[in-house]
Design a protein around this ligand. Structure first.
Ligand SMILES: [Mn+2]
Length: 320
């Protein structure tokens, strides 16, 4: 799609719904909130924001995020004129809400995951963009749309979190140029960083410390992994997002090439997060029908955590 298709479809739409992805992160939430405010302030339209799963506490500062709803709050036969998927690598990442997306008259897909297959009537997939927020910034600027502080803070959150605080490989000169412009639009960089990186709930930090203590290291310590069980989650009274960041901490170790966190979802299901320094872990995730980026990917393995771990390690070894 081109940028004008965005304007045309917003103007023609009677009602609009925006989808963020399951286990929402700073990029999908920041981008969704930015879209919400841009649509409201530039086109005078109210969009419905849909989240799947719990919004991490740290993102409560995003302007009007309390207006976001879960899909079950939308009537079952509702047909929206326009549905926008933001930062959603594959349709199943919308969870149960995908039926609402599928029913919409016009479906739009804006994303930066290279594994995105371009689902929808209009898709804007830019794998070189560090975040969905970066794609939106370019589009908003190109269309001459007003970027107020709410939009600026939200886009900055997208970019800051998806680049790991401007540290990951996806951080480009352009990323800094956009960040610089957002600061000019009124965003306080230190304030957003404090919300995103220094506002963790205490049990989250303790769960993470425990997970790191239980980590195992294989192949000359090139593989670092840890398993988080349901009883760990219960012991620390952890919310779903409390495991966020553990895999990054394992990658921080000098010897680590591939880091993995295996999370026991139930007796038969294990969720896997992968990070690496050089290895393309999106290929490892793809072996289990997952996906993502070269250095950050994930998948779900329908096996008990102990068996999933063996299968995963076997697959990782093939890429070392
Ligand atoms: Mn993203």
């Amino acid at each position: 799609m081109n940028y004008q298709d965005f304007t045309k479809n917003i103007i023609e739409a009677d009602d609009i719904v925006i989808f963020s992805h399951v286990n929402p992160d700073g990029d999908t939430l920041g981008s969704m909130i930015a879209l919400y405010h841009v649509i409201k302030n530039n086109y005078g339209k109210e969009a419905v924001m849909v989240v799947t799963g719990e919004i991490p506490d740290i993102y409560e500062f995003l302007p009007e995020i309390d207006k976001a709803v879960t899909f079950d709050k939308i009537s079952k036969d509702k047909v929206f004129s326009l549905a926008i998927a933001i930062d959603i690598a594959a349709k199943d990442r919308m969870g149960m809400g995908v039926s609402i997306f599928d029913r919409a008259k016009v479906k739009m897909n804006i994303d930066h995951h290279k594994t995105n297959n371009g689902f929808g009537d209009y898709s804007l997939i830019i794998p070189d963009a560090c975040s969905a927020g970066e794609i939106l910034f370019d589009m908003f600027e190109n269309l001459g749309l007003k970027i107020d502080k709410a939009v600026s803070d939200s886009l900055y959150t997208s970019i800051l979190t998806d680049t790991g605080g401007f540290r990951f490989e996806n951080t480009s000169a352009k990323t800094f140029q956009i960040a610089s412009k957002l600061v000019e639009y009124g965003t306080h960089a230190g304030e957003i960083a404090r919300y995103c990186f220094e506002s963790k709930p205490k049990p989250m930090v303790l769960l993470q410390a425990n997970a790191l203590m239980n980590a195992e290291f294989l192949e000359n310590q090139k593989i670092a992994y840890t398993c988080i069980t349901m009883s760990d989650m219960e012991h620390f009274q952890a919310k779903e997002d409390y495991t966020e960041g553990i895999v990054g901490a394992l990658r921080q170790i000098k010897t680590t090439e591939v880091a993995a966190v295996l999370k026991e979802v139930n007796e038969q299901t294990t969720k896997v997060s992968l990070r690496s320094k050089h290895v393309d872990v999106s290929k490892i995730a793809a072996a289990f029908d997952g996906g993502g980026h070269a250095f950050a990917a994930g998948c779900t393995i329908q096996k008990p955590v102990k068996i999933a771990k063996d299968k995963l390690v076997e697959e990782i070894k093939r890429y070392l």
